[in-house]
Design a binder for this molecule. Sequence first.
Ligand SMILES: Cc1cc2nc3c(=O)[nH]c(=O)nc-3n(C[C@H](O)[C@H](O)[C@H](O)COP(=O)(O)O)c2cc1C
Length: 352
Amino acid sequence: MVEASRMKSLGVDFPFMVAPMVGLTHVAFRATVRHFTPKSIHPLLFTEMLSTRRLPFERIDRVDELKTIAGETHFIPQILGNEESFIQRSIQKLMPLDPWGFDINMGCPARQHLKHNWGVRLLGDKDYAARVVEMTKKHSPVPVSVKMRCGQEIADPQFLDDFTAALENAGADWLTIHARLQSQKHKGEADWNLVGDLRRKRSIPIVMNGDVQTAADALEIYRSGLADGIMIGRAATARPWILWQIAHDLGHTESPEAFPGMAPPRTPEEEGRFFLMAMAEFMRNLDRHFDNDDKNMRRLRFYVINANRWFLFGHSYYSRCMKTKTITEALRMTEEMIDTVNFPMTSRINFL
Ligand SMILES: Cc1cc2nc3c(=O)[nH]c(=O)nc-3n(C[C@H](O)[C@H](O)[C@H](O)COP(=O)(O)O)c2cc1C
């Protein structure tokens, strides 16, 4: 029997979500994911990490990373920081966007963040990390979560137990564990069982992240009780319809508005065709939400670099895309390919 997800106690009925990713999880991508998700499903989607040192001084209507879809609910800004006054002012700044919650980054290994003792550096001091949770909770009227790695250099269940207990005691509403060590960066396999063991020790919800690439992966973790929720990262760029597949597997028969009466794509060929449709939708969303074509081309290229990894013969789309100069040109090229070319999509890849 599947144990009920503790995310329900926070009002989350569908505990499958898309990870925060710099340069990827902006409004155009979130709109693309929502386009391929049935309307009655409300997945939590994250912004990329946002510096609390910068937010207080920015005009939120001018920050590209803070753009939202009109009426967007269930999105979570992820914040990076450790000083109470900056955290407080950042939260005040962001509240008018009506976020569902705030997430604290304790996993980013980028050097410029380590020197400020942000990101994964917080893993080195559990009391300090717990204080960051306390100060965020103190100023946030909405749920506060932490996204962290499962360790630094070695897998140490005792460390993970102590650290997450401190965050739970500090008031974190839920935790996402990226089941890779700091030293692995984004490579190699994630240790899902380590997170499963932890889940039994905590009473707040534990969300699994790392190397979840297919709906079957997500459901395997969920059904075996290893986590209360599943967060999908890079694979969601290749398969922005993955939440639809998961919902369908869980018995939701509704289709996304754009695909009335259809079942989600399943075969490598169907997914390959949907990928081109998703790329076209992504470009329309870039154009709809951002007005600088050069920046949009950079966003597009970065997206394709990430998503293209699921195509054995994807180099052709990748190279065609890289040759285009404007979003209009890239969109035309993609639309022409939808009915003429088919690249089957690989189910799982190795993150080398
Ligand atoms: C391009 C890129 C940007 C990322 N940016 C963030 C970020 O802003 N905040 C964060 O917590 N993690 C970030 N991550 C890590 C992802 O959220 C996720 O933990 C990681 O990709 C593992 O999940 P996956 O194996 O499903 O991709 C980023 C990862 C990538 C590839």
